[in-house]
Design a protein around this ligand. Structure first.
Ligand SMILES: NC(=O)c1ccc[n+]([C@@H]2O[C@H](COP(=O)([O-])OP(=O)(O)OC[C@H]3O[C@@H](n4cnc5c(N)ncnc54)[C@H](OP(=O)(O)O)[C@@H]3O)[C@@H](O)[C@H]2O)c1
Length: 282
């Protein structure tokens, strides 16, 4: 550990969307690294998942059912964390779901489009901005007063990490119109909050995973093998579908480095680079 990186040990964080996929992989590793964690998701954790987290954990964690889009959810998650652990050092804003349209966009009923847009904006940029700001209100008094070391660098910082998507970085397929719009908006929120919270010594960064090799997406791609083949063709690295655990080192880097803010680490095997090249060429 260099002077420019802080330790996760002894830190307390919030993680949303921890029952499966990326969030579960993050929870498991953070608990193994000695973080005190409050995990919030829409539904109950299964007994098997709870046992898996418990056996990985070196420290305490609590799991709560919480819809992140409910009124007052962000303040409540922060208050419960501080009440339980007495402090807050980071928030990982990960919860969410993708709405996929199965009809051509020109044939989409307007009410269906509007409902999808509202749902995706509620769960992504609105819930993100709300939780990041609620967390920052608690983190700021602690982190803005941390004195610089001999190099002029502060040896510790508060952190917010948001799970974005390759959909934040490039145009995506029609079926993901509402999802991609909301993920682009989350990128904008991330950059704005990085600028606002930087002076408070709180960093705001994101990860942008590619398509996941998890049960939900797998079912979808089984039904649409042409889409699977297109993703495979446009992804440079292998596998074309990311294992959820593969995002964890990037998340840990963004939680512990003290000088990176307003950045996105793309973990998509080159998919968005290929799409940029595709649109430049066409
Ligand atoms: N899968 C992909 O291909 C992909 C690619 C790029 C980015 N992402 C992003 O990665 C993040 C995690 O998704 P995942 O792929 O890991 O999917 P996942 O396995 O379905 O996990 C989603 C998590 O979010 C929770 N959640 C959903 N809506 C919620 C709400 N309103 N309030 C609280 N919790 C809620 C779910 O809780 P319950 O299980 O309790 O309902 C679950 O824990 C999302 O932001 C997603 O957009 C996914």
């Amino acid at each position: 550990m260099s002077n420019f990186q802080s330790s996760l040990k002894g830190k307390t964080g919030i993680l949303t969307g921890g029952t499966s996929g990326f969030g579960f992989a993050m929870a498991k590793e953070l608990l193994a690294q000695g973080v005190e964690l409050m995990v919030f998701s829409a539904d109950e954790l299964t007994d098997a998942s709870r046992d898996e987290l418990k056996s990985a954990a070196k420290t305490d964690f609590e799991y709560h059912v919480q819809d992140v889009t409910a009124p007052g959810a962000s303040e409540s998650m922060v208050e419960r964390t501080v009440a339980r652990f007495g402090r807050l050092d980071f928030a990982i804003v990960n919860a969410g779901f993708a709405i996929r349209f199965e009809e051509p966009l020109l044939g989409l009923p307007p009410a269906k489009l509007e409902e999808a847009m509202r749902a995706q904006f509620a769960v992504f940029p609105i819930a993100f901005a709300s939780l990041a700001l609620a967390a920052a209100r608690v983190m700021a008094p602690r982190y803005e007063t941390i004195a610089p070391d001999a190099n002029g660098h502060r040896p510790d910082s508060g952190a917010v990490v948001v799970t974005l998507s390759e959909a934040s970085l490039c145009p995506l397929r029609d079926d993901l119109l509402a999802y991609a719009a909301a993920k682009h908006a989350s990128l904008s929120v991330m950059e704005s909050l990085a600028a606002v919270l930087g002076p408070k010594n709180i960093r705001v960064n994101g990860i942008a995973p590619g398509f996941a090799n998890t049960a939900g997406p797998r079912k979808f791609y089984d039904r649409f093998p042409n889409i699977r083949a297109d993703i495979e063709a446009k992804t440079h690295l292998r596998p074309a579908f990311i294992d959820p655990g593969a995002v964890v080192p990037a998340v840990i880097h963004l939680l512990t480095d003290n000088y990176v803010t307003g950045q996105v680490i793309a973990l998509d095997g080159g998919y968005h680079i290929e799409l940029k090249r595709y649109f430049q060429d066409s």
